[in-house]
Design a protein around this ligand. Sequence first.
Ligand SMILES: [Zn+2]
Length: 275
Amino acid sequence: MPELPEVETVVRGLRRLLPGRTVADVTLGPHTVVRHPQGDAFAGAIRGRTWSGVERRGKFIRCRMAGTADELIVHLGMTGHLIVTEAAAEPAPHTHFRMQLDGGHELRFDDARRFGRVLLGPWDALVQAALLPALGMEPLGREFDRQLFHARLRKTERNVKAVLLDQAFVAGLGNIYVDEICHLAGVRPARRASSLTRTQRDALFDHTPAVLRQAIRNRGTTISDYRDAWNAEGTNQERLLAYGRGGLPCLSCGTAMRKSVVAGRGTTHCPRCQK
Ligand SMILES: [Zn+2]
């Protein structure tokens, strides 16, 4: 599933093409993943609008339009792709919308498994209507706060993996990068958060943005489905230290990495390096 670095890479790609382009027409597929508003209202509100910017919040892509508080909000789910392509290119299977842009390109969203979400509206209003979740701290933003991070971990009985996956606490982390952060911080993902030492909490806090920034530099992790806005794969999968390495030797100590299920998710850690 695309996490913060993959979504950020898509956003940076879209930012190079979308701003200034006007939507000439919108075509919706038969199995739309548009959650709000339904049908013609969605297409009607976008047709004729000009894109003014593209941003990211957590794992959500926010495409802003000139002259309105409405924005196009896309969550890629498990297998979604938001891509810009030549209008003449054959659409991918499971294409849920096509937006014809001036200049001969199209913005398209395809999603085979349909766990993706597409909404249109002002961000805050959609959160208030419970159509979008209230998200926690941006780990690459100024609001990523060490004291808040310590306080939250100290007072919860949940395990570290569950806490870091919680989008209402830190927005944008998922299975891959939580395993990487825990490995680099030397913390067992199943460890009860309230039992961590201050040093361990600091290590988790410090490695979170570092792991994400490295993955962004590598244009994201492509395990199977992820592609950026230009339909290109990332390269961070070659750099993973924990995720997907169950049974393989730890790159620090040589001990076999252990695969288990933590917080309902497949999880890999080194039983020697991670306490
Ligand atoms: Zn190890």
